[in-house]
Design a protein around this ligand. Structure first.
Ligand code: DC
Length: 227
């Protein structure tokens, strides 16, 4: 498909399969895939290692200055690095998941992450997923998708994902974490999770990857007049 150099913004709730879908779509289109949540997770890991967040999620004001020394970047395969160290596995643990939402609610953290994300956006030809990509990071994105799925389906996906990584989560704990994150993500003051007015909604509770991909390709063909 001959697609223009557009930005595709994919937003939605946690564990709706945004990342897997965005990755697949990017590969299919030959675009770069960027996971904005990974940067929030990277900042969370950093805050934990520097002891700038308490066990109860209170963020130290010292984090603001400390961010000047933090260097996060994506490797060519999309894995996240802190300086020269690959932190891809560490940022996906329950320990990080359970503290990432309070970190992502801090306005200066959001500004720091947004500045990094916009750098990548200059190039176009990207698929980026997150919570506020179509509403705040790239409101000018030419295609916006808002993903959702039932809580049951999302919890099961997250549970299976953690199990596959060798963690021993309790399903109730996973559900609780999802609910907490949904609540914080959609109620924070700065750029909360919400559907952009011009976003297309994709509820994938009962769709396979192939069906999702066919749906979005049809959307792209229709929107950009490509056969
Ligand atoms: O997509 P994820 O679960 O890896 O995201 C981790 C957290 O980061 C999530 O709880 C909300 C936050 N986030 C955000 O606030 N804005 C984004 N654009 C991406 C993620």
């Amino acid at each position: 498909m001959n697609i223009p150099d557009i930005i595709i913004a994919i937003d939605g709730y946690s564990s709706t399969g945004k990342s897997s879908f965005a990755k697949l779509l990017a590969r299919k289109l030959g675009f770069l895939y960027l996971d904005s949540g990974a940067l929030y997770r990277g900042v969370t890991l950093f805050a934990q290692e520097e002891r700038l967040i308490s066990r109860l999620g209170a963020v130290s004001p010292e984090l603001k200055d400390a961010l000047q020394d933090l260097h996060l970047s994506f490797g060519s395969d999309g894995r996240l690095f802190m300086g020269a160290r690959c932190i891809e596995q560490q940022i996906r643990t329950m320990e990080v998941s359970s503290q990432v939402s309070p970190i992502a609610a801090v306005p200066y953290v959001r500004a720091w992450v947004d500045a990094q994300l916009r750098e990548y956006g200059h190039r176009g030809r990207i698929v980026m997923d997150g919570r506020d990509i179509g509403t705040a990071v790239f409101p000018e994105a030419q295609l916006k998708i808002f993903m959702t799925a039932s809580e049951e389906v999302r919890a099961r996906r997250r549970y299976d994902e953690l199990k596959a990584k060798g963690e021993e989560p309790l399903l109730e704990e996973v559900v609780q974490n999802l609910r907490e994150r949904d609540y914080i993500d959609s109620h924070r003051e700065t750029n909360p999770l919400r559907q952009a007015a011009d976003a297309f909604v994709l509820d994938n509770s009962e769709l396979s990857f192939e069906e999702e991909l066919a749906w979005v390709i049809g959307l792209i063909q229709g929107k950009f007049g490509i056969l």
